[in-house]
Design a protein around this ligand. Sequence first.
Ligand SMILES: Cc1ncc(COP(=O)(O)O)c(C=O)c1O
Length: 442
Amino acid sequence: MSNRLNATPNDLRAFWMPFTANRQFKKEPRLFVKAKDMHYTTHDGRTVLDGTAGLWCVNAGHCRPLITEAIAQQAGELDYAPAFQLGHPKAFELASRLVDIAPEGMNHVLYTNSGSESVDTALKVALAYHRVKGDGSRTRLIGRERGYHGVNFGGISVGGIVSNRKMFGTLLTGVDHMPHTHQPDKNAFTKGEPEHGGDIATELERIVTLHDASTIAAVIVEPVAGSTGVLIPPKGYLQKLRDICTKHGILLIFDEVITGYGRLGTPFAAQYFDVMPDMIVTAKGLTNGVIPMGAVFVTSAIHDAFMSGPEHMIEFFHGYTYSGNPIASAAALATLDTYRDEGLLTRAATLAPYWEKALHSLADCPHVIDIRNIGLIGAIELSPISGEPTKRAFSAFLKAYESGFLIRTTGDIIALSPPLIISEAQIDELVAGIRTVLQSNI
Ligand SMILES: Cc1ncc(COP(=O)(O)O)c(C=O)c1O
């Protein structure tokens, strides 16, 4: 017997949507039915300019021909190959291509299906690395307040966003958090990296003193924190973290799920800030958001530490049914081709000055208490409505959507990260649209 709830083709009830106000959405649905380059088309036939690259992932814009053709071709040629003890050529080709654009020394890649899985993979590599090196007492993981590292248990344990943690019990044990770097009292309306706050990195020394370095496996941070509302690292901060980790034999993991694949005008943020971590966690832009796939980059030192013991033995007991899936690999290769052919991994560097000027022109709009930017990322922080946090930004989101602009909000912050193909005229259009929304009754 069917237990369907009188389902109709457009019934919205069965799908419990992620990170969504489900009841509000289902009263006023917002559905996209088509997309091309910089635009979505809604179910009611309107065009929406994409100010967020979907969810920070569609870096090359929508429905790009090389990618859609590669997926169709691969699906007809080799749909699936087992990922364990077997392989297929494109997963290897992709890993080599990825290593080519990664910072020097990041010579090996583990595949996953999402940012959350990439984070948990990197944390597991860190713990196992110390163990295979005979340093198995290094079991602690250090994250940061306001950090977002996806939604799996490892990621929410090292993450620092209260709503993502508080419902889920005690999480991983042995985790500590550094303070975040956001200092609006000193740094509001900074263009690029803030002057103040680099020394906050020394809080890591305090944590090391508290627990002893011999118990700490890894520190994980987003070079630019995205989902918590775009927190840009103060000058010198990341290098200081690197120095402290090196001094104490702690691995440094950069979560580049948002910053990877050109968002700052370099392939990875590690290159932008010229700070070399031990692992880089990526997903999203790897396949232009089209097919779920993530990749974790590790140094040769980490990889090689596992390559001992009898050769018939599995070296690392970890992996996913879909690690390096053929269709995802084909999509990622075509994405890298698109990035290369159109210069997209560095285009944000060219656009950044125009983007910065356009964004900061909103400083005089009502409710704006801070604007920050780096590469092709921007944030406009609004004063909350008294007693109703998040409501002002959410109503800005709804109004923007109605008027044909996709923005993203987190708390009372509008976060922007358009596809890297955006034109200067489209930046003007986006900023003008946001100005109108901010000047309306929100
Ligand atoms: C920095 C960071 N890490 C991890 C994730 C999780 O990625 P996913 O949603 O693909 O699991 C995100 C997603 O926004 C992210 O921004």
